[in-house]
Write a protein that binds this ligand. Structure first.
Ligand code: ADP
Ligand code: MG
Length: 364
């Protein structure tokens, strides 16, 4: 089921939780709503669900599911499955009864036969690998297992739209990873349309077909994870999607200076601020005639695919972060307290003017 939001806005008293928003979600898509706390993600999700009414003042505001205008349709009649951060399972009901619940409360006309309900619940429990725990109660399950029950319960009524609000937020990193795979798998198998809320950029980029980046009740950008990461539309998106180093200084005749540090760069004269990702910083033992940005290693974290190196310099306000390959790390014998030189490989500049595109440059 495709979802179209047209000119949807929301106030709570004087707080504008959402500015007028337009959003098209395609049939079968898994879309992530990503943004910091308070950016309006939950409000947007609840409006899609019908749990919250959009502002009536914006007369043209409309929500369509496929061709059907559901703006005034009750949540009960929108065929939606929900998963929330806090499992919201019924604690006095077994796993089996929790999953069956949505089916047993359907009106007689729509309710499947009891044999059919049994078969469907067993199939769902099998899919989330919890059949052997069907008779347990929620309190006897781990957080990850409870969230799998929540997923199965949401899917029991065969929703056309699945909405999830920070579904994995309360779980530890490893279980979260596993549940993301479950969600992706179930989404692809059932072919419904999913919208999930997260404030975790890694989760959004890993799981979504497209990501909607939000801040202050606005949509900043809607794109695939790849496009978003490569072509952030503005500074907010760039900074929200990962670690960022700032290089700020005065440019005169093609040389940026910052205290005693300097760097040759092809930019107009005046104050300039450049942003670069940790993997865009190269570290060497000697400066060059073009580049003299001395730094000192303050911390090293060798966990993961690359080594993260924290850097400090008296000409820098904030610490810098560089990532280096394990082989380079060993080869250079990097250690805390070591003096090195940083070289920007690639940088971006987001002029303060409302120009939509960032400037970027690759440095040889
Ligand atoms: P997010 O889910 O991105 O953290 P929310 O959608 O919950 O953000 O909130 C967006 C803004 O709307 C916040 O400023 C929040 O305080 C406000 N807000 C949300 N729900 C209500 C409510 N029921 N009453 C008043 N203000 C609310
Ligand atoms: Mg929220």
């Amino acid at each position: 089921m495709s979802i179209r939001l047209q000119n949807i806005a929301k106030h709570f008293g004087n707080t504008q939780a959402l500015e007028p928003i337009n959003l098209d979600i395609h049939q079968g898509e898994l879309v992530g709503l990503l943004g910091p706390s308070g950016s309006g993600k939950t409000t947007l999700l609840r409006i899609i669900a019908g749990l919250e009414n959009p502002d009536l003042a914006t007369q043209s505001g409309k929500i369509l599911f496929g061709d059907r205008d559901v703006t005034n349709v009750h949540v009960r009649d929108r065929r939606i499955g929900f998963v929330f951060q806090h499992y919201a399972l019924f604690h006095h009901m077994s796993v089996y009864d929790n999953v069956a619940f949505g089916l047993t409360v359907l009106s007689r006309k729509r309710r499947p036969s009891s044999g059919e309900i049994r078969a469907r619940v067993h199939r769902l429990l099998e899919m989330v690998k919890l059949e052997h725990l069907a008779n347990r109660y929620p309190a006897q399950l781990s957080g990850g297992q409870q969230q799998r029950v929540s997923l199965a319960r949401a899917l029991a009524v065969e929703p056309e739209v699945l909405l999830l609000d920070e579904p994995f937020g309360a779980l530890d990193a490893k279980v979260r990873q596993e549940l993301r795979r479950w969600l992706r798998h179930l989404h692809d198998e059932f072919n419904f349309t999913s919208v999930f809320v997260t404030h975790d950029q890694e989760e959004a980029l890993e799981l979504s077909d497209r990501v909607v980046v939000m801040s202050d009740g606005r949509i900043e950008q809607i794109d695939t994870p790849d496009e978003l990461y490569r072509e952030p539309k503005n500074r907010f998106v760039f900074e929200f999607l990962g670690d960022v180093n700032h290089l700020e200084g005065k440019v005169t005749n093609g040389v940026l200076t910052c205290g005693d540090a300097y760097w040759h760069v092809d930019l107009p004269d005046g104050h300039q601020e450049l942003l670069l990702r940790p993997h865009e910083v190269r570290l060497t033992e000697q400066p060059t005639s073009e580049s003299h940005l001395p730094v000192t290693i303050t911390a090293i974290s060798p966990v993961g695919a690359e080594v993260r190196v924290e850097l400090e310099a008296d000409w820098l306000a904030q610490p810098w972060l560089a990532t280096v390959r394990h082989t380079d790390f060993e080869h250079m014998a990097l250690r805390r307290g070591q003096r090195l030189y940083a070289h920007p490989r690639h940088w971006r500049r987001f002029p303060e003017t409302e120009s939509k595109t960032a400037e970027q440059s690759r440095v040889a």
